[in-house]
Design a protein around this ligand. Structure first.
Ligand SMILES: NC(=O)NCCC(=O)O
Length: 408
């Protein structure tokens, strides 16, 4: 892409949308209330036939948000009342953040800066009674994989390393499950590096881990220089608060990846991400929401925030001149529900915590209503995929015989 077409991040360097920090807030400021309500209905859908309720969050959380300058929003997804099952309401939180100090600082200072920045946000989640909290992809470090420089590998740590210890304290204190996406170093297997989400249980125990299945080779996302495709399959973690799975970032472009977590029984799939405006912003509101609909589960989408500038300029295979930043990480974390409703997004240009209650009964209610699991043709797909993965595969194409007739 030519530099003249690099998108809006260069035009609005504060990362706002025409001075507003999210599309929802821009629309609310610009439209008369009745029009805003109708536009919101079409953009966000309806949950159980009505606009999504906002959640009243405790003063202890709102004061942390004002003091530390992070966006804080809360919502509530309902399900229909059932006669034979109690509601299964889980409170879920997502944190998006920028890095804390420039990428030229020492690595220990960079990581410690992020720990310190996250502390009040995690505390706000705890004070709000969040049951399951998820952080953004590779949250302990800048997203330095654009550079291809190997020195950033130093940020990799074992599954029970520094960042896990830091979060285990919060998990115990707030009785909270925490999903911690890190750069992992697997010491037992030759000190190899992986892009991994660690699942910390509400007692501070490590429940397990999942490694990113799909590694991007697009734009400046030179991640394949650092780690390989994950080898953990599509695990679903049964926690005190429900069955959860993690589809790390670029995996959201792969519908079969979403499907696999659904087939294994996930009720909430988290999508911790790091992605930039000019590459993926038009996809962001669609893919997760579509996955929630198609798989009858909730999706929780998180993206990091800010523009990270690196000490040495780098190139990528897209013809652009060398540059030192990745573009703007546009935040905009949000939740999608199986009934096609979704929350507004967090700010595009600020750290933030979005919280939502979700009644997990909605998953089965949507399965019963639409019957996607029942009407899917897994046997047909299985047969096609089996043939497709053979070297002698031939696409099933029926050509118009007239196409190949010689002109008379
Ligand atoms: N982190 C990551 O996989 N980013 C790839 C770009 C995208 O999927 O938008």
């Amino acid at each position: 892409m030519g530099s003249e077409n690099r998108g809006e991040s260069e035009k609005t360097s504060d990362g706002s949308i025409c001075g507003h920090d999210s599309l929802h807030r821009l629309l609310r400021a610009k439209l008369v209330p009745q029009v805003f309500q109708e536009v919101s209905r079409l953009l966000l859908g309806l949950n159980c036939g009505k606009a999504l309720e906002e959640l009243a969050l405790p003063e202890s959380a709102t004061s942390l948000s004002s003091k530390h300058g992070f966006d804080l929003q809360g919502f509530s997804f309902e399900a229909d009342k059932e006669q034979l099952r109690e509601p299964r309401i889980v409170r879920v939180g997502l944190i998006q953040n920028s890095i804390a100090v420039p990428t030229t600082a020492g690595f220990a200072e960079q990581r410690q800066g992020i720990f310190e920045k996250l502390q009040p946000i995690v505390e706000a989640a705890g004070a709000s009674g969040v049951n399951i909290l998820c952080l953004q992809e590779a949250w302990t470090m800048p997203f330095a994989f654009c550079t291809r420089e190997k020195r950033w590998c130093e940020f990799a740590e074992t599954v029970d390393g520094e960042s896990t210890k830091f979060l285990q304290e919060f998990a115990r204190r707030f009785n909270m499950v925490i999903i911690s996406p890190i750069l992992e170093r697997d010491v037992a297997h030759g000190e190899t590096i992986w892009n991994t989400a660690v699942i910390i249980g509400n007692h501070g125990n490590i429940i397990g881990k999942h490694r990113k299945n799909h590694i991007p080779r697009v734009g400046d996302f030179n991640e394949s220089t650092y780690y390989m495709e994950g080898n953990t399959g599509h695990p679903v973690f049964e926690t005190a608060y429900g069955k959860i799975a993690v589809n790390i970032c670029y995996g959201r472009h792969h519908p079969l990846n979403w499907l696999a977590f659904g087939l294994n029984g996930a009720e909430i799939v988290f999508n911790p991400s790091a992605t930039v405006g000019e590459l993926s912003e038009p996809m962001w509101p669609i893919e997760a929401r579509n996955a929630a609909i198609a798989n009858s589960y909730y999706v929780a989408s998180i993206n990091r925030v800010g523009t990270e500038v690196f000490p040495s300029p780098f190139t990528s295979g897209d013809g652009r001149p060398q540059h030192a930043d990745f573009g703007h990480f546009y935040g905009s974390s949000y939740f999608s529900a199986p009934d096609a409703s979704c929350t507004p997004s967090l700010a595009r240009n600020m750290d933030g915590l979005i919280i939502s209650d979700m009644d997990l009964n909605l998953c089965r209610q949507l399965k019963d209503k639409w019957g996607f699991r029942m009407t899917a043709r897994y046997d047909l797909y299985h047969d096609l995929l089996r043939r497709y993965t053979q070297p002698d595969f031939e696409p099933q194409v029926v050509s118009d015989p007239l196409l190949h007739k010689e002109a008379s």
